[in-house]
Design a protein around this ligand. Structure first.
Ligand SMILES: *Cc1c(COP(=O)(O)O)cnc(C)c1O
Length: 471
């Protein structure tokens, strides 16, 4: 089909627009159901009722930080001035929005210890891509630095982000404590030396464990001339207690939609800001938001930049929510992390008698159990996850990280009461007992959800999301 531009360059002539409308008009009527507005409302209400959400029940989906999203965030995001902004408005026309972006960046600098932040990336994975693009640019004149070291429990987006920027990934094993195997790392650094551009780490890692060797690791990598990249998806564990800068990281991404309480799931919208140390600041995407003492402005003037990473400046409404949350919490952000860690350890201690705990040590904001004992009785982790749905719980993250068999990754967050945690613990204990006494029943679950057991193979192989109306 010809584009508008090919057909007529004179975009503003009336006759052109008339022709355009005529051309695009549907020639045959759309086959829609003929029904009443009330019936339509009932249809959509019924669909929305089928969704599970944090307001409906406990959502301990590990690594996703499904915390409560305070309603005050929503009120702020819906303020007229924010809601009706257009990204092409001039700087003088949107001083308030630019000030909010600037202030949010300042807050994130304090929280991460980094020297500069960009809010442009629209998801964690997008932030990773942006960060690894900066790493690539930093080593532009050092062509042999083509390797990136990534632990075996990393989120799958880490190797993908490195690969998409042309790096080769080297996997490093975890040791028996669930930390990066430091002796192995020394060997890798010895073997590959100046070929290593960076190490990508998550700390606490996806086992919910804090790598106590982090200072030794950063010293080793820096001595080798390599950069340290921090996957900040687990920031909810450490806020106000430590930060990636103190651990020796050079570049980080955050997930505002996780740590800073904006609704997520179902694919967005999110925000994956990237923070960097001074030496990397000049590579940040344009525009950067500056303040000249009188007004805020978007600065495009930077010959070193990696360029643009989003069409405009990211998901602004997510910034408003995250900023509101940070202002509301203030110094109590530190308590957010303490409470999240306390809740995870509480559940872990209560459940370790009933499920295999592969790493017997205190955890951070989440922990990973193995369903190995139950699997021996014929009940897999997936079956237990389905059973949890019948008790109105969102199941934990399952089968991740890949290094734990039958993994169940539980992240309660700080926003739950002890009563909720106790009820969940009791349900898990009941499940463990049910596996002992009645393992056959597990093939039937779930029995109470709107969609019962989904045929996951069929869904993956023949995905069909199309509306089909059969009269
Ligand atoms: C969620 C997550 C990511 C990716 O973030 P998205 O916002 O989902 O793209 C990366 N790493 C870890 C450890 C995560 O938990």
């Amino acid at each position: 089909m010809k584009t508008i531009f090919e057909k007529n360059k004179n975009l503003h002539s009336k006759s052109f627009l008339d022709n355009e409308i005529e051309f695009n008009k549907r020639k045959t009527p759309l086959n829609l159901p003929d029904t009443t507005e009330l019936e339509v409302m009932r249809h959509y209400k019924e669909l929305s009722d089928r969704n599970f959400c944090i307001e409906k029940g406990f959502y301990p989906l590990g690594s996703c930080t499904m915390k409560y999203n305070p309603r005050a965030n929503e009120v702020a995001a819906r303020l007229e001035g924010f809601l009706n902004l257009h990204p092409l408005q001039s700087d003088c026309d949107c001083q308030g929005a630019l000030e909010l972006i600037y202030d949010l960046e300042e807050a994130l600098k304090i929280i991460t210890g980094m020297d500069a932040i960009t809010l442009q990336p629209c998801a964690g994975a997008h932030g990773e891509f942006c960060a690894m693009n900066i790493v690539k640019k930093y080593f532009e004149n050092d062509k042999k630095r083509k390797k990136v070291i990534i632990p075996d429990n990393a989120h799958g987006t880490n190797p993908m982000s490195a690969k998409m920027n042309g790096f080769d990934c080297i996997e490093i094993k975890s040791d028996k404590n669930g930390e990066v195997d430091f002796e192995e790392l020394k060997l890798l650094v010895n073997n590959y030396g100046e070929e290593i551009a960076a190490i990508m780490m998550t700390n606490p890692n996806t086992l919910g464990l804090f790598d106590k060797n982090i200072l030794k690791i950063s010293e080793l990598m820096h001595k080798n001339g390599s950069l340290l990249y921090y996957d900040g998806a687990n920031l909810n564990a450490i806020m106000g207690h430590t930060n990636p800068r103190l651990m020796g990281f050079d570049i980080v991404h955050l997930n505002l939609h996780k740590t800073f309480s904006t609704p997520h799931g179902g694919g967005g919208p999110g925000a994956g800001p990237v923070g960097v140390i001074k030496e990397l600041e000049k590579y940040l995407p344009v525009p950067t938001i500056k303040f000249d003492g009188q007004k805020y402005y978007r600065n495009y003037d930077n010959p070193y930049t990696i360029g643009k990473i989003s069409t405009f400046y990211g998901n602004f409404s997510v910034f408003v929510r995250a900023y509101t949350y940070i202002l509301m919490m203030g110094n109590k952000l530190k308590n957010v992390s303490s409470d999240a860690v306390l809740a995870a350890n509480y559940i872990k201690e209560k459940l370790k008698k009933y499920f295999k705990l592969p790493y017997e040590r205190s955890c951070m904001h989440e922990f990973v159990l193995s369903g190995d004992f139950q699997k021996e009785k014929g009940v897999s982790t997936l079956m237990m996850a389905k059973r949890l749905m019948d008790s109105n719980y969102h199941p934990p993250t399952v089968y991740f990280p890949l290094i734990v068999h039958e993994a169940m990754m539980i992240e309660p967050c700080e926003s739950e009461t002890k009563e909720v945690l106790d009820n969940f613990i009791q349900t898990m204990i009941n499940i463990a007992k049910e596996v002992e006494n009645n393992p056959e029943k597990f093939s039937e679950y779930p029995i109470s959800t709107p969609v019962l057991k989904a045929d996951e193979t069929l869904a993956a192989r023949h995905l069909n999301t199309k509306y089909e109306f059969n009269n």
